[in-house]
Every structure is written in structure tokens, then in C-alpha cells.
Design a protein around this ligand. Sequence first.
Ligand code: NAD
Length: 429
Amino acid sequence: MNSFASHYKEPAPILDKENPFESMMERFEIAAKIIGLDQGLYNYLKAPTKQVITSIPITMDNGTLEIFEGYRVIHNNVLGPSKGGIRFAPDISLDEMKALAAWMTWKCAIVNIPFGGAKGGIKCDPSLLSQAELERLTRRFTSNLLDVFGPDRDIPAPDMNTNEQTMAWIMDTYSMHSKRTETAVVTGKPSLIGGSLGRREATGRGVTSVVLGALHKLGIKPNDSIAVIQGFGNVGSVTAQALYEQGVKIVGLSDVNGAIYNSKGFNINEMIDHVERHKTLIDYQNAESITNEELLELQCDVLIPAAKEDQITSKNAKKVKCKIIAEGANGPTTAKADPILQSNGILVIPDILANAGGVTVSYFEWVQDRMGYFWTLDRVNRRLDRMMHEAFTNVYKSAEKHNVSLRIGAYIIAIEKVAQTLKLRGIYA
Ligand code: NAD
């Protein structure tokens, strides 16, 4: 038997999944046309700077040899070293990495941090691997990419199924080869080895900041508003708690096992305790059980998809009944759903703005590592809030100026910034 088969599960088919790279390019093309982007620059920004596919041989705990496939795509590094997560999942592809890497380029440009965009991962099912196998896999992947990674070149971070421990292994492997401790080669590390305070909560805090900005624009007071949140992991639960503290009533929640509804609103602190104890939301007593599809169609002011990509599609977009969508997840709305939401007057705060709080505090972590001086949580949060507020204001102005959605307004800012920087730097030949 091919031993790879024992560690590789075919992913469940996702209905109405649109190719993520094409979805990204559809929006890019609209924005590029509006600003009259030169054809040469268009071609340059469309093509990733570097795409690496690497073979990772690992001796498994039972002594057999298995070969895994790893990827790193650097979309662009004109603004600075490239930055982006590493995910471990059975269904990743180079196309997905290309889209996610490009989104990182745009995200960093929108929040005005000096990074380019990258993304990487290993095709594997981490639930079938022991901790020791995961460590060997991570270390060999890192050593295969030693000439790609680096504090001034390309800086990984955690993503789906990777965590602080994964980053610690990458940092240690890289440091062993450099013969010195290089904390700034990754972000999202444990604070004991150079991680930043506030990194875990940063994405949810950023989502909250843009939701409050959007409510303000629509003249809705937080304590008069109703929200629904899909996904109750890092992003979903932190956003839920922060909005709850602002007086927002959260009537719908979900996780991978299902969704729950309570018209009176959930006590989010109680829900966080419940999930810590039971590992899922769905057996919570004071709620009505609904499907994930029904959750997305609940009447509310703010809908926050904070789970995964391709949730609001051309099929269900017309049934969405909120005023604001804040994309905590990456790519939760397909390109084909965009015009439907826009024609229904729904204000969509795009992922490349809404969830950029995470990469912003990753940038703070890199800055602190390089200075060797660490900030208080208060300083991290104040700077994050200021940068998210500025980014939201800039995107809003760009959308108004060009009479487009916030998403296209955000792409316009990002493409203009990268294109102008490229023009200044010139093409080295
Ligand atoms: P997580 O693994 O902590 O949480 C994911 C949550 O979504 C879990 O509650 C899971 O049960 C739920 N979920 C999974 N599949 C679902 C489904 N089909 N329906 C409903 N719920 C489902 O992940 P996270 O870090 O919170 O990331 C969530 C999203 O936010 C991802 O798209 C990620 O790329 C994006 N994101 C995360 C960060 C970050 O800093 N963590 C930063 C930027 C973007």
C-alpha cells in the first residue's frame, strides 16, 4: 500500500467553491481598470515573485518514510520583506497559496506596514500526525526553505492548523543554521521567545474596530445593534467578546458542528466558558439549534463570517439580511456574490481590511524583536486601534471617491501603493 495514503484524506467537496486565485483576480481587475493601471504593471502584479514547491521526506514514528509536499509563494516584496502564514491542511493547493499570498500583499499595503505578501503550507492532515512527526515535518520544511525565509526576506506566521509551537520550531531551526537566535524570522511566537502581547486577540480586536467604524457611518449605536457571528475560534470568539463589551446583542453563533440562535442575545463570557469546557457551542441549552445556512440568513445589523472561505456565494447572497458584513475570515464572500450584496445595499468590510489587525500586530512583533525592547499590552492595543481606524477611514474615502464598494476601494489603495513604490524603485535589469 502507498504509505502516503494513510496520511492523506481526500477533502470533503465544498459546494459552489470558486477558484480563490480567480476570485482575487476578478476584484484586482476591476480596481486596476478604475485606476487605469499600466498593462506592464498589471502583468507584474498578477504574477507572484516566487513560487516554491518542496518535497519533505519524513521518517514516521513507525519507521516508514513518507514524502509530503510543501509550498511557499511570495506574491510581492516591493514594500518590504514578505509576510504570511503557514497552513497545514490536506486540501491546500498552489493556486490557493497564490491567492492568499496576493491578499497579504494588499492587506499590508492597506494598513500601511512595510511588508509584502506571502503564504505557504504543507499538504498533510495534522490530526493524523504525532507531535514528534509534526516537529520533524516543520523543521525539515524550514530547512528546505532556509534561503527563502529570513527577518529581512520572508517572515512566516501561524495560519490554519499551525500555532505558536510551530513558529517556535521554525524560529529554532532557522536560528540553528544562522548560529544565532533570530526571533524576528517568524511572528506569532510564544511571548517567552519574542512574541508580542496582544497578538492572539489582534485580529478580533481589528474586526471590532472596523465594525464600530461602520456602525458609526450608518448612524447605528452599538448598544442598539444586533450581530451574528459564524465561527467561534480565535477571530470569532475575540470579536464576539469585544462587541459584547460594547453592548452589541449577539443573537447567532456557530462552529464547525452547527449553529445556535437566541433572540435575547448570548452572554459571550458564558459562551467562551462553555466552549472551553465542551469544545463546541452546539450543546448549549439556552438556544435554538439552527443550520449554518440559516445562520447566515438571520435578520441582523452586522454579520461576521469568521470561519472559512466561500460562505457567501452567488447561491445564498440574495438571502443575506444584514446591513454590514465584516469579513473576519479570508475570502468568505465569492467574487460572484459581491454585486448581489452591493445591489442589496449591504456594506461589506472586505477581509483585506477587516482582518488586517493580525498582520498589524505581527508587524509590531517583528519591530519589537528587532529592537529587543517589548511594549506593554496597552501600547500594542493603542497603536493597533489607531492603524485600523486610519485604514478604515482611508478605504471609506477611496470607495466614496471612486463610487465603488469598500472592497474595490481597498484594492485601489493597495494597488496604487504597490505600483507607485515599484515605479519609484524602478525595474532592476
Ligand atoms: P480557528 O481555527 O481558531 O477557528 C475557526 C472557527 O470556525 C472554529 O470555531 C470552527 O469550528 C469554525 N468553523 C470551521 N468550519 C466551519 C463551518 N463550515 N461552518 C461554521 N463554522 C466553522 O481559526 P481562526 O484563526 O479564528 O481563523 C478563522 C478565519 O479567519 C480563517 O479564514 C483565517 O484565515 C482568518 N484569519 C485569521 C487570523 C488570525 O489571526 N487568527 C488573521 C486573519 C485572518
